[in-house]
Design a binder for this molecule. Sequence first.
Ligand code: PMP
Length: 393
Amino acid sequence: MSLKLSSRHEWVRKSELRAMSVECERVGGVNLSQGVCDLAVPAPVVRAAKEAIDRGDNSYSRHDGTGVLRRALAEKYQRRAGLDLDPETDVVVTSGATGALYCSCLALLEPGDEVILFEPYYSYHESTLIATEAVPVFISTKAPDWSFSMDDLEAAVSDKTRAIIVNTPSNPSGKVWTRAELELIADFCNRHDLFVFTDEIYEHFIFDDLEHISVASLPGMWDRTITMSGLSKTFSITGWRIGYAVCPSKWAGAIGNFSDLVYVCAPTPLQMGAAAGVLELDDEYFVKLAAKYRRKREVLCAALDKAGLTPCVPQGAYYVLADVSSLPGKNSKERAMYLLNQTGVASVPGESFFKGEQGKGIVRFCFAKEDDVIEDACRRLETLHGASTQKAV
Ligand code: PMP
């Protein structure tokens, strides 16, 4: 038989994030690896989705989303970011923020175009670029503030650079980008005529009185910015696959056409549930959400400290990077496996987020879990201290 896999299959490997979940299930452990949100879905979201199914709202929606969701999102961006969006042309509902990035890359990048990505990065960002034949170019940042300078940006740019990826708050570092940093990005992108692909899916998960700033809201940035987000995290509906891209109609049309081609539309009744959430849940819901996650962050970071796995306390999102360099192992995959076998707590090896050496001594934990799950994980982690030093001797 001469049948074989395409040469493209090499570009997309099974995500390490999923691989650790499989390992965790095998040992019956507590899974703090994948960014799967276990929390309850808000009542209006569930109600409206069920009503839509019962009403028979079960066929394809318009390829770029139901009117009610597009209008709800346009109104939200007007209110929160001062953006004057046309819900008919500037909002594309997609299959998750993941679908929004994939379709944006297909619509806006040529094969060989370079795209600047900050390390540590969310591995799907890198993989999506590779799968769409773009070339990621990395700027390395370091804990605790993951900062960068104009010199770093200038060193990464070439005549092939077409775009830069911003992720605020960031997965995995939890960095909340400051206005000054985003102004640097704006200046840089205006001078080099670049797109900004900004993934703002964690915009409501911000701690310590910091502020979320949408890149598109900065002066002069609307025209070149593709804002990608979704409701997976905010409403704990990661399996519903509802996300979106917001951008000028001259880009949104082609992004929508690719989304139509690959997904036809996002699930119609679930779009109705998401729309009810966007319309009905007020600021109080989001303030409480952030406070709830802040408490989870405190509990997990305290346990990591006690276990001798120093955390880099995140400013936003719902992940924490921890230093596991004291654990036995040549790299973070071996260290994460050691941790899983000793404590039953699954994490993601740092190599998933870093190109360079930095990732070898780091793992990521997700705290989007019910309190009893986090407490169980913390008890398990705290048993580590004795175990790891004994083994290491
Ligand atoms: N962007 C980031 C930064 C994420 O961390 C995740 C989930 N891990 C996603 C996008 C995926 O979002 P969605 O479920 O909307 O595809």
